[in-house]
Write a new protein. Structure first.
Length: 320
């Protein structure tokens, strides 16, 4: 029984539950935008959430496996436990789990493809391929300075706008499987709303890469932090944080889109916590300080997403 519990716990660790808000938050925000734009549709929203979480978990499994077999993870690493390197699970099983999870994401995605058509098919396949290619394949994105761009696009911009798009097509179109992006299915509000989620998701990676910079450099893993160093990585983190907190103000002022109600400023309540994380980033590089900062950033990200969603919904029902 203890072995079974230990194995169950190992799979739980491998899934990296602390990263799941990064997958869920964009769907929450995208669904709120869809509601604000009177485009909400329940089942595409649910499928988008399940698919996003499966891609996140599959990416985590693949990263765990490939970083271990390529020697990126070693005993000096200060991050959270990697089950392959720690010997908690056989490497073959972790690799299989990655492919099974991506397979489940494809299964869920078939419904979204039916609703959203060719654009969702392209985006879905690109998301899965990129999730695998983040750590695996002949040119791993995360090991060649492209991880930040990948996360910004796929866990931010595409995740939010794609969530709005599939609900809009279900709501607006009489026939399934459009071959192009129909007019009105990706409003400018969705594009602006995607930027804070992209910024926060990328900052999760920035903290990871600052913490692991020396270890990655020794292992030959060329993350963006390795390429640009501590100073510019910290500037990147601050710049992305500024972007996240400017967007609600832009929406309220109606810059780039029609004005949203003052309730859209609710995410600013999380700003003091974000500033606390910035103070840590500016002064620390070790895992003892950055691991708690990473957990706190996940909480700020999720709280921001909930408050953003509440602000959008309240604006729609004209409570404020």
């Amino acid at each position: 029984m203890s072995t079974e519990v230990s194995r169950t716990r190992a799979w739980f660790i491998a899934s990296r539950p602390q990263t799941l808000p990064t997958g869920a938050a964009p769907v929450i925000v995208g669904t709120a935008v869809a509601y604000y734009e009177n485009l909400f549709s329940l089942w595409p929203a649910v499928a988008a959430l399940v698919g996003a979480l499966l891609i996140q978990i599959g990416t985590n499994f693949a990263n765990d496996y490939y970083d271990a077999v390529k020697g990126v993870d070693d005993d000096d690493r200060e991050g959270f436990t990697r089950v392959t390197h720690a010997g908690l699970l056989p490497p073959k099983r972790v690799k299989q789990a990655a492919f099974v999870t991506f397979g489940l994401a494809i299964l869920v995605g078939t419904y979204l493809v039916y609703v959203g058509g060719l654009p969702i098919l392209i985006i879905g396949l690109a998301s899965i391929v990129s999730g695998y290619a983040y750590a695996g394949g002949p040119y791993p994105l995360g090991s060649n300075g492209l991880g930040d761009l990948f996360v910004f696009l796929f866990f931010g911009v595409i995740a939010v706008t794609g969530t709005v798009y599939v609900q809009a097509t279900e709501k607006l179109l009489t026939e399934p499987f459009p071959m192009t992006v129909p007019e009105g299915t990706i409003p400018m509000t969705a594009i602006l709303a995607s930027l804070p989620m992209a910024a926060f998701a990328t900052n999760v990676l920035v903290i990871n890469n600052i913490r692991d910079l020396e270890n990655d450099k020794e292992a030959g893993k060329q993350t963006l932090a390795v390429l640009i160093g501590y100073g510019w990585s910290r500037i990147e983190f601050i710049g992305l944080t500024v972007l996240a907190y400017i967007v609600p103000i832009l929406l309220w002022l109606g810059i780039g889109t029609s004005p949203v109600g003052v309730s859209i400023l609710l995410p600013l309540l999380t700003l003091p916590f974000a500033l606390g994380i910035i103070r840590t980033i500016l002064n620390q590089t070790d895992g003892a300080a950055l691991n708690p900062a990473l957990e706190n950033l996940g909480k700020v990200l999720f709280a921001y997403a909930i408050l953003f969603a509440v602000g959008m919904v309240m604006s729609n029902v004209q409570l404020l």
